[in-house]
Every structure is written in C-alpha cells, then in structure tokens.
Design a protein around this ligand. Structure first.
Ligand code: ATR
Length: 282
C-alpha cells in the first residue's frame, strides 16, 4: 500500500501556496507530509480525484473552479459544507469522500485570533455571492454577528445565498446600486472576483463606513489591491487581505487529516514577507 498522500486540486494551480503551507506545518509539527498540487480541468476533475484515491490519496484541498463539483462528489458532508454548498477539504472515508468547508472558519479565526476583532453583535456586509462568499457566510453567522447583508452584481445570486443560509431576518440581500440605503457596517468583506480582472477600481458609498469598520478582502496579492485601496481612501479603521484566512483554512484542513492543530504564526509571517516581495516586484 502506498504512503498517505494529500493534494490540492485546481485550475490554474501552479501558483497555489497550499503545498508550501502544508509542508511547513508538517515540518513544524514533526509529521511527514506528502502534499502536492494537481491541475485538473473541470471535465477531468472527477477522474483525477479517483486516480488520486487509487494511488493512496486520503485527503485533498479543492480550489477554483472545483469547489461545487467536489461538493457534488462527496458521499457525506459536514453541516457547514452543506450550508455553503461548496467543499474545499476532502477526507477519504472507506471508499468514499467526506467533504468539509474550512474557508469560513479560517476567516473567522484570522479576524478574531490574529486581528483581535470581536464579531458578536456586528453588522457585516458581504460583497459577492459566488463560491468564495458562500464558503464564508455560514461561519460569519455562526460567529454571532448581528446581521449579514449580501450584495452582488447579479442580485438573484445574493438572494439564493441568503435563502441557503436559512436565517431570514439575520441574513438579508441588498441591491449593489442601493448600498447607500443600507447604513454602516463594522465589517465589509470583499468576496467578489472584481479585483482579479483588469484592475478596475472599487466604487462604494462612503456611508458604509463607521469609526470601527474593518475591511477584508478574501483575495490576496494583486487581486486585493483595488478593494484595499478603496478601504484606505474611505478611512476604514483596519484593512486586511486574505492571506491570513488562507493559512487558517489550511490549518483547519491539516487538523482534520493529521489530528493536530498546527501553529500558524510563523507560516503566516513567511508568506507575508514573500507576498510583500511579489507585490512590490514589478
Ligand atoms: P468565487 O469562487 O471566487 O466566488 P465565482 O463563483 O465566479 O468565484 O464568483 C465571483 C463573484 O465575483 C460573483 O459574486 C461575481 O458577481 P456576479 O454573480 O454578478 O457574476 C463577482 N464579480 C466578478 N466580477 C465582478 C465585478 N467586476 N464587479 C462586481 N462583482 C464582480
């Protein structure tokens, strides 16, 4: 029998930080980790995952564009994956995959443990209603926020996300063009892919911001620049990118596979230093 293998599946996957993160966790915790990146097209994803399992694959992360496909392939799922409708962590159980979604827990841990925010009783604005937004919405509600307002360029997707949360009254949708009427928020999260495109800037009403507002982009690197530039111009109290969430969701996956919660601070600091180099290098 082959050694236990782990991998991240995505397309593109060459720039994924996950192999580096899991190798660093394994080294720090004294656990030998065989974790690699596997590129698969949507059409080839299911077969690639089966081949991986046949070759000793017992755990995997799944990233763009496969999170919904992974959800559909699982025989069983955690309730947070069920609510998100997307899976980023797979665990082999017998002859089948068990699916989880650690993105939301990763975000909440980054905001609370690393940045010291108290989410309880806060109004939260979630921009976007795609896979990234769906991954984090359940955990935000579970963290005890007062209200989650979801705004998306295509309003029907915001409505669908809110319906999937099953918390009428606490999770609401809003029209992007009418955000001015929504009052102010202590937390504004960019879960859109807008910054990944041609660099078009963000234009959001300044009325969304109060003296406590933290702005978080789930992207990191260059994709986070437009939203974080808006946040600074709008005088948000804090603004963070998604690098901390990336490390924390990986730690959640690591814990499920290896039974140990790895320390994340050193890995985060190393990635932050590297990210700064990449962002400033032209
Ligand atoms: P992901 O898994 O990263 O969430 P996705 O499921 O394709 O990717 O979702 C992309 C999100 O970014 C969607 O909310 C999308 O809005 P639409 O549902 O209207 O497509 C949003 N998005 C992409 N480009 C955007 C832009 N230029 N302005 C605002 N929102 C944008």
């Amino acid at each position: 029998m082959s050694a236990a293998r782990y991998a991240v599946f995505g397309q593109p996957i060459a720039h994924s930080q996950s192999p580096r993160i899991h190798a660093a966790f394994g080294e720090a915790e004294g656990i030998a980790v065989d974790y690699r990146a596997i590129e698969a097209t949507p059409a080839a994803f299911a077969a690639a995952l089966e081949a991986f399992a046949a070759d000793g694959g017992v755990g995997a992360n799944v990233t763009l564009p496969h999170k919904e496909a992974a959800f559909a392939l699982c025989a069983t799922r955690t309730s947070r994956a069920q609510r998100a409708g997307a899976v980023n962590t797979l665990l082999r159980k017998g002859q089948a995959w068990h699916g989880d979604n650690t993105d939301g827990a990763g975000l909440v841990r980054d905001l609370t443990a690393r940045h010291g925010l108290d989410l309880r009783g806060r109004r939260v604005l979630l921009l976007g209603a795609g896979g990234a937004a769906r991954g984090v919405a359940p955990a935000l509600l579970d963290a005890g926020i007062l209200e989650l307002v979801v705004a998306n360029r295509t309003p029907e997707r915001a409505d669908a996300l809110v319906d999937a949360m099953g918390e009428p009254g606490r999770a609401l949708s809003a029209y992007w063009d009418a955000l001015r009427e929504q009052g102010d928020f202590e937390l504004i999260i960019n879960a859109t892919a807008a910054g990944r495109g041609d660099g078009a800037g963000f234009s959001l009403p300044l009325s969304l911001v109060n003296s406590l507002t933290t702005a978080v982009d789930l992207n990191y690197g260059e994709a986070a620049i437009p939203f974080l530039a808006w946040a600074r111009a709008a005088a948000c109290r804090n603004s963070f990118d998604g690098l901390g969430m990336l490390v924390e969701q990986a730690a959640e996956s690591f814990q499920q596979w290896h039974g140990v919660r790895p320390r994340t601070d050193d890995v985060y600091a190393a990635l932050r230093a590297r990210d700064a180099l990449l962002v400033t290098a032209d």
